[in-house]
Design a protein around this ligand. Structure first.
Ligand SMILES: NC(=O)c1ccc[n+]([C@@H]2O[C@H](COP(=O)([O-])OP(=O)(O)OC[C@H]3O[C@@H](n4cnc5c(N)ncnc54)[C@H](OP(=O)(O)O)[C@@H]3O)[C@@H](O)[C@H]2O)c1
Length: 288
């Protein structure tokens, strides 16, 4: 039995669909769902549903009975997810899960000086707890999703251009669907015990290069401006963008500028058996 957490989210849902496409019987898949109102789509596919919340330890131990492989999709609550993920690991161990898989994060700087220290810390602690648990493990070091580019660019990008304090450092953004497909490939094949896989694209592209690609895609010059962080924060706040979102975007842009997401690892390509979706293919899908 394979249990997928975050099964109502983008990555978890897509992983389940790839498992089904690969011939895994719906009977052998369990979806952990915290919100009863969201079970219908999964139920219609014949997936077993277990109601559970990362904050509710007992719900987790009940849900994990009989599970051999457990995919822990990292939580979306940045403040709480360290403790939540610890709950999942302990409950998995207590319930006799053999192999735990975790969607972690690509990074280089593991110190407090990282601009995305809060994001990195929970992932690093979770990886350490998993590795010390005695269960077999596989860690997926997810690079930035290509899917978040339209949010970084903003809805008026085709008129205003790209305004992001990310400098001209390259990064290996990869498509979330490609990551889900690779996770399903790993869950359904052997030999992945105690491995870390980098889920990064095989091309590294800077934001100014992305603006050039976007210009080609839409047939119009799209400028790129990389402002100082304080100018960026003031400009977006002045037009009413919520400050938490502005700060998060600024922090990730700074991390890109510092090279946190530039990698030359080919695990994703190997696990997919093909080249990952490129920035050009993604931007063409979204903007053409
Ligand atoms: N690499 C990147 O660029 C990037 C970008 C964004 C996020 N991420 C990380 O990757 C994860 C997966 O991405 P995604 O796009 O699939 O995110 P998503 O669509 O927000 O899905 C998150 C899933 O986690 C579930 N969840 C959250 N808190 C929970 C809790 N306390 N108990 C049980 N389930 C809980 C959500 O349930 P509900 O449906 O009930 O909310 C949802 O199913 C995110 O959660 C985040 O950690 C990575």
């Amino acid at each position: 039995m394979i249990l997928i957490t975050g099964a109502t989210g983008n990555l978890g849902k897509a992983t389940i669909d790839f498992l089904l496409r690969k011939g895994v019987s719906a009977n052998n898949i369990v979806a952990l769902v915290r919100d009863v109102a969201k079970v219908e789509e999964l139920k219609a596919k014949g997936i077993n549903i277990k109601i559970g919340d990362y904050d509710d330890y007992t719900s987790l131990t009940k849900a994990f009975v009989g599970v051999e492989k457990l995919l822990l999709v990292s939580g979306s609550d940045l403040e709480k997810r360290g403790n939540q993920q610890e709950n999942v690991i302990k409950a998995a161990k207590e319930s006799g899960v053999k192999h735990i898989y975790y969607t972690s994060f690509e990074r280089k700087n593991e110190t407090k000086t990282s601009p995305i220290h809060l994001v990195a810390t929970a992932h690093i602690n979770t990886e350490n707890l998993i590795k010390a648990s005695g269960m077999d493990y596989t860690i997926f070091r997810n690079n930035l999703y290509l899917d978040i580019l339209p949010m970084f660019f903003g809805e008026n990008v085709l008129t205003t251009g790209v305004f992001l304090p990310a400098g001209d450092t390259k990064a290996a953004f990869a498509l979330r669907m490609d990551m889900a497909e690779a996770i399903a490939n790993v869950l359904t094949s052997e030999g992945h015990e105690n491995k870390d896989y980098a889920f990064s694209n095989t091309e590294n592209i800077s934001v100014p290069e992305m603006a050039k690609i976007l210009s080609e895609v839409v047939g119009k010059e799209i400028n790129y401006v990389s402002p100082p962080v304080d100018v960026f924060v003031d400009a977006l706040s002045d037009v009413g963008v919520p400050i938490e979102y502005v700060k998060m975007t600024a922090d990730f842009s700074e991390a890109i500028r510092q090279g946190e997401f530039e990698t030359f690892k080919t695990d994703l390509e190997k696990l997919l058996g093909r080249k990952p979706t490129t920035v050009k293919e993604f931007l063409t899908q979204v903007y053409s």
